[in-house]
Structure formats: C-alpha cells, structure tokens
Design a protein around this ligand. Structure first.
Ligand SMILES: N[C@@H](CCC(=O)N[C@@H](CS)C(=O)NCC(=O)O)C(=O)O
Length: 227
C-alpha cells in the first residue's frame, strides 16, 4: 500500500481524530496543511465536501474522519482500536459518533458572542458531559475500559478543547457533573498518540482563534471567552 498522506488544517478536531488513530497504530505518515480560508484548487478537486481531513493513499482519496479511522484500523498493524466482538465493536462505533458530534456544541461555545450565549452553550456541554459520565467505564482508564479505542480517539479532540475552555472560564463549570469524564480527559491529553496528534503550538493557535484569527470566518469577532 502507498504511504498515507493526511490533508490537514492545524486546528481541526476531525483531522486530529484521524492523526490520533494513525499515531496509536504507529503509522508513519505525511501531513499536508491547507488554508481553509483559501482552499487550493487541487484540494477542491478531490474533497467532495470541501472539508478536511482527507487521507490520500496513492491516487485514492478517503474522506470523513470516521471512515478514515476505520480504514486505518483495517489496513495497518498495531494495537486494536476496535473490538472483535460485534456488540462491543458496535458500541465503540456508537460512541465514536457521539464523540465526533461533541465537536459542534464545543464549537458553538468557542464562538459565543456574549455571556448569555456562552451560558446557554455551556449548559448544553454540561449535559453532554453528564451523558458521558453515566456511560464511561468506572475502572478506566479509557472510555470503554482497559483498551484505548476509536471512541477515545474521536472524543479526545473536543475534550482537549473543553479543558482549555475550562481553564479560561472556570465559572462555566463544564465538568461540574462529570468527575470521571474530567479525569478521563486529563488522561487522554497525556496519551502519547494524542500528544503527537497536533502541532506543538496548538494551544497558542487555539487562543489566537478565539481572539478572532479565524481563518475560515475571518470577519467574526473575538470569542466572549477571551474578552
Ligand atoms: N464530518 C466531517 C467534518 C469535517 C469538518 O467539518 N472539517 C472542517 C474543519 S474542522 C472543514 O474542513 N471545514 C471547511 C468548510 O466547511 O469549508 C469529518 O468527520 O471528517
């Protein structure tokens, strides 16, 4: 099989989810960053939704982060990221969907324009944290128990952003009802595959984004979180 190339945008949590799977499987891959505010023609020609991530494998292009991660699981060696038991595997995939969808409420909180909007978005996030809390393995260390799965890979990026937001605005009490989730999030960001899944200055880029360096939506005002 040809060498894998991940087409990326520095701050994208969906790209990060794919990078985590690649790192967790020990795959050596190339990465190409694009500017989402000025998408290159070659990218628009091969990305059906005009979105990252893409995984290029020779002349083939795979899109959608969940599909990319399943492809990585199917085609590479390394620690299994999905169970072989059908029920367990289906549950892991269900939580992959939940973790991926968590990016939307996190994004809405990131771009909240005032305290009232941030408060109502934070409430949505707290509800999601409580839902995760009632489903997480109590023994840990990972969401489903002792194996790091694609559900961990999918949820680590939004949880990492929530830890950063929590540090900026503790009054939002994002993890108020979710001590196990907070502990899991803290373990996730220290996992070697998660640590290696972003550029080193990701936190500085995140804060710059909140301050209005949005790239994609360059006209948007700074987030309420940094005012
Ligand atoms: N469902 C997609 C979501 C990917 C996505 O939303 N990527 C964003 C960046 S984080 C993007 O490329 N946005 C560009 C655009 O919408 O024009 C996946 O899981 O891969």
């Amino acid at each position: 099989m040809a060498r894998y190339e991940l087409v990326s945008f520095h701050l994208c949590p969906y790209v990060q989810k794919a990078a985590i799977a690649l790192r967790a499987r020990g795959v050596d891959y190339d990465i190409t960053y694009i500017d989402l505010s000025d998408k290159p023609d070659w990218f628009l020609a091969i990305s059906p939704y005009g979105k990252v991530p893409l995984l290029r494998v020779g002349d083939d292009v795979i899109f959608e982060s969940t599909v990319i991660n399943e492809f990585i699981e199917e085609t590479t060696e390394g620690p299994a990221l999905l169970s072989t038991d059908p029920i367990q595997r289906a549950k892991e995939r269900s939580w992959v969907a939940y973790g991926s969808d968590l990016n939307l409420p996190v994004y809405r909180l990131m771009v909240a324009e005032d305290a009232a909007e941030a408060g109502s978005e934070a409430k949505q996030v707290r509800d999601h944290m409580a839902r995760l809390e009632s489903n997480i393995s109590e023994e840990g260390p990972w969401f489903m128990g002792d194996r790091f799965t694609l559900a961990d890979a999918a949820t680590a990026p939004p949880l990492q952003r929530l830890l950063w937001i929590d540090a900026l605005a503790p009054r939002l009490r994002l993890f108020k009802d979710a001590p196990l989730v907070r502990a899991w999030a803290s373990r996730l960001v220290e996992h070697p595959a998660v640590r290696a899944s972003t550029v080193d200055d990701i936190h500085a880029r995140f804060v710059a984004y909140l301050k209005g360096d949005h790239g994609v939506n360059a006209q948007e005002p700074p987030s309420w979180l940094v005012r």
